[in-house]
Design a protein around this ligand. Structure first.
Ligand SMILES: Nc1ncnc2c1ncn2[C@@H]1O[C@H](COP(=O)(O)OP(=O)(O)OP(=O)(O)O)[C@@H](O)[C@H]1O
Ligand SMILES: O=P(O)(O)OC[C@H]1O[C@H](OP(=O)(O)O)[C@H](O)[C@@H]1O
Length: 199
């Protein structure tokens, strides 16, 4: 497990700051949205911590209030440069709006569940990036996805089989989410607030 919480982009003049960008990543079923939901509630009183809604080409559901867009609207917004980052996975397109850049320029902390494929580019684009990997053993992932029964998930074997091989995707902090979600969400909150995470 690694604990160097801050990554400084090589070209400080070009990087967007001074606020922090916290990227929560990990395999499907690890518990990213669960821990983020609990952390969001714990940070509700702090207006300097922002959990932006993701833009996704799928319907919003009980497990996530994403901004739902059609594939056409997504591509038009992308062409207009409206997204700070975007990626594709599991047959859907995802993005975070450029509005996060204004928040980061104002010194706020942005916390979001993103693809491991965007980490390298985000480390270069932003001045203060922290990557938090949420993980669990493969059998736990399989059990959790089977239990979740989200209708838009598609074939669970495909979700479980997805891997991202990218040296730039190495996390700063790893949370093995096999204890209680409440316990691990408190670890995430400590990272979000800039403290030691495993006290
Ligand atoms: N610590 C935990 N203990 C038990 N169950 C958990 C824990 N964390 C999450 N879960 C459950 O595991 C399932 C998957 O969690 P969640 O949807 O948060 O994963 P995810 O990493 O966001 O997955 P995806 O990338 O597919 O969206 C959910 O049903 C959730 O309730
Ligand atoms: O495997 P990689 O590329 O790291 O992650 C891809 C995407 O998979 C999950 O999407 P969903 O919210 O389950 O649809 C994550 O939230 C992430 O956005």
């Amino acid at each position: 497990m690694t604990q160097s919480l801050t990554t400084t982009a090589p070209d400080q003049t070009a990087a967007i700051g001074p606020g922090r960008l916290i990227l929560v990543v990990g395999p499907s079923g690890a518990g990213k949205d669960t821990l983020l939901g609990l952390a969001r509630a714990a940070c509700a009183e702090d207006s300097n911590i922002v959990f932006p809604r993701r833009v996704i080409t799928r319907e919003a559901s009980a497990s996530e209030e994403n901004e739902e867009v059609s594939i056409g609207a997504f591509q038009e917004a992308l062409t207009r440069g409206e997204y700070a980052m975007h990626w594709e996975a599991h047959g859907h397109c995802y993005a975070l709006s450029r509005a996060i850049d204004d928040e980061i320029c104002a010194g706020r902390t942005i916390v979001a569940n993103v693809s491991r494929t965007v980490i390298g580019a985000m480390r270069r684009a932003y001045a203060d990036v922290v990557v938090v990997s949420i993980t669990a053993p493969p059998n736990v992932l399989a059990e959790r996805l089977a239990m979740r029964q989200r209708s838009s998930d598609g074939r669970l074997e495909a979700r479980l089989g997805r891997t991202v091989e990218d040296a730039a995707a190495a996390p700063d902090v790893t949370v093995v989410n096999t204890g209680s979600a409440e316990y691990h969400s408190r670890q995430l909150v400590r990272v979000i607030k800039g403290g030691k995470w495993d006290d």
